[in-house]
Design a protein around this ligand. Structure first.
Ligand SMILES: *Cc1c(COP(=O)(O)O)cnc(C)c1O
Length: 436
C-alpha cells in the first residue's frame, strides 16, 4: 500500500517533527497522507516515522563517533515490536525494566548481550530469565537487590554482570513524577553510600562489577543537570577505582527532552560534545560509555490520528469530543502534559475558530487531551495529536473496554501495520465465566 505526496506547495514540517509536514493542505508522515491512513485503518491510529527514529538515533551516533559507546534504547517509551525491530536492526541495545520487556526484545531480534536491566523491583524470576538469556548488565538499585541477585546467579552457576545506579542528587528541573535523581526519589543508591555498596558488591561471589550508572529524570531540556550529574558520578568513579574496583563502563541514563510545546532541548550531538569534553578533561574519555535514551528517540516520530465525534458548546467551556482518549494518550491525565493538536487538513473551511477543551469519551473528568485549544472543527473532521511516539501506546490501557489503537510504521511511501486494532474478544480472551 502506498500513496503519493500531494502535489501542491512546498512541504511545511511541524516544529520538532521533521518527518511530519503539510504538503499543500494535507498533513503527511514521510510520503504518506494521514487522511488516507485514517480512511484505510480507522481511528484512533498511531503512525510512526521510521526516518524520524533513525534521524534521532543518528544524532547520538554522531555524538559518539570515534568513541567506545553503546546506545541502549529505553524501550518503555515505546515497546511495540515493529519499533524495537527498527532499533535492533540499527545496532542498538535496549534498556529494559521487566521480564516482559526482555521477551519483547528477543522476539524483535535484539541482541541479549546488549541489554541492560534497570528498575527498583526486579523479581527472582525476572533475574533468572535475564541471566539465562545472557544480558549485558543488571543496573542494580539497592543493596538488598545485590544480595538477591548474587544468590540467584550462584544458584544457576553464573555470575551476574552489574552496575550500581547512583543517585547524583541533582535537580533536572522537570515534572516531579519524571524526576528521578533527587535524594527523596525511590531510584538508585545515595551518593554517600556508593563506595561502601560497591565494596559489598565486589565481595559477592555471584556478581561481577562492570560499571556504574545514573538516570536523573526525563524530558530534560537543559544541559546543566547532565553536566552536574557527570561531575558527581566521575567523583564516584575515581573513588571506587582508587579502592581497587575497576569499572569498565559508565552509563549516563536517558532523559533528554523533546519539543512538545516550544521546548528547546539541546541536540543529542551538541549535548554529548559538552559531556565528552568534561569526560576527557577528567581523564575518563577512554572508558566505554553507555546511554539509555527513550523519549528522544521516538517521541516526535509518532502522531495519533483521531476523529472529532461531537462539538459540544457550553457556557463556561466548549468541548471537542474526539475518539482518542486517556487510555490511548495517558500523559495529559497523568502529568498534565501538553500535546500539540493540529488538523489533518490545514484549511477545512467552513467551521468557525473556537476555543475548546479537547476530551475523550471516557467516563472520567481527567480524560482530556488538550485544554484551551483554538480549533476550527466540526464533527467528522480529523486531528493529529503530536509527539505521540513516546509514553503513549506503551502506557495505554483498556479502560472502559476500549481496544488499543492500530499502529503503523511509515517508511517513505511504504506503510506497515505493526499492531492491529484490539477487539473486545482480544480483551476478554483470558477471562472466564463462572460455572453457576
Ligand atoms: C525511563 C528511563 C530511561 C529513559 O528515559 P527517557 O526520558 O525516555 O529518555 C532511561 N533509563 C532509565 C533507568 C529509565 O527508567
Amino acid at each position: 500500500m502506498s500513496q503519493q505526496p500531494s502535489a501542491a506547495g512546498a512541504a511545511q514540517a511541524l516544529p520538532g517533527h521533521p518527518f511530519v509536514a503539510y504538503h499543500g493542505a494535507e498533513l503527511q508522515v514521510e510520503n504518506v497522507r494521514l487522511s488516507q491512513l485514517a480512511a484505510d485503518h480507522g481511528t484512533p491510529l498511531f503512525v510512526y516515522s521510521k526516518s524520524a527514529m533513525l534521524t534521532a538515533l543518528a544524532a547520538y551516533q554522531r555524538g559518539f563517533a570515534g568513541r567506545h559507546a553503546q546506545i541502549c534504547y529505553a524501550m518503555k517509551a515505546n515497546s511495540s515490536l515493529g519499533v524495537l525491530q527498527v532499533f535492533a536492526t540499527a545496532g542498538c541495545g535496549f534498556d529494559i525494566v521487566s521480564g516482559g520487556e526482555l521477551e519483547r526484545v528477543l522476539a524483535a531480534g535484539g541482541d541479549a548481550a546488549k541489554i541492560i536491566f534497570s528498575g527498583v523491583g526486579k523479581t527472582r524470576a525476572e533475574m533468572r530469565l535475564a541471566l539465562n538469556a545472557g544480558i549485558g548488565c543488571f543496573n542494580v538499585e539497592s543493596e538488598a537487590e545485590l544480595d538477591v541477585l548474587s544468590q540467584v546467579a550462584e544458584s544457576l552457576g553464573l555470575r551476574a554482570p552489574i552496575s550500581i545506579r547512583v543517585n547524583p542528587n541533582v535537580d533536572p528541573k522537570t515534572h516531579p513524577y519524571i524526576s528521578t535523581g533527587l535524594k527523596d526519589n525511590k531510584f538508585g543508591v545515595a551518593h554517600e553510600d556508593t563506595l561502601r555498596i560497591y565494596q559489598h558488591a565486589a565481595s559477592l561471589k555471584g556478581l561481577q562489577v562492570v560499571g556504574i550508572d545514573c538516570h536523573i529524570g526525563s524530558q530534560i531540556t537543559d544541559a546543566t543537570p547532565y553536566l552536574d550529574a557527570m561531575d558527581r558520578v566521575l567523583d564516584l568513579v575515581a573513588s571506587i577505582e582508587a579502592s581497587g574496583i575497576s569499572l569498565a563502563h559508565i552509563d549516563f541514563g536517558g532523559g533528554l527532552g523533546i519539543n512538545y510545546n516550544n521546548d528547546t532541548p539541546p541536540a543529542a550531538d551538541a549535548l554529548w560534545a559538552q559531556l565528552l569534553r568534561k569526560l576527557d578533561e577528567r581523564g575518563f574519555g577512554q572508558k566505554k560509555l553507555m546511554i539509555e535514551p527513550g523519549r528522544s528517540l521516538v517521541g516526535n516520530a509518532g502522531v495519533c490520528v483521531t476523529e472529532v465525534l461531537y462539538v459540544k458548546p457550553g457556557e463556561q467551556k466548549n468541548f471537542c469530543i474526539i475518539d482518542a482518549a486517556m487510555n490511548d494518550l495517558p500523559r495529559p491525565a497523568m502529568y498534565q502534559a501538553f500535546h500539540a493538536i493540529v488538523p489533518l487538513l490545514a484549511k477545512s473551511g467552513d467551521a468557525p475558530e473556537v476555543r475548546y477543551d479537547v476530551v475523550g469519551p471516557i467516563c472520567e473528568s481527567g480524560d482530556w487531551i488538550g485544554r484551551d485549544r483554538t480549533l476550527a472543527v466540526k464533527a467528522g473532521d480529523q486531528l493529529a495529536v503530536l509527539s505521540a511516539g513516546a509514553y503513549c501506546m506503551s502506557m495505554s490501557s483498556n479502560y472502559n473496554t476500549r481496544g488499543r489503537a492500530v499502529e503503523l510504521l511509515v517508511d517513505g511511501a511504504k506503510v506497515h501495520v505493526i499492531r492491529e486494532r484490539e477487539s473486545a474478544a482480544d480483551q476478554m480472551r483470558l477471562e472466564r465465566l463462572v460455572a453457576i
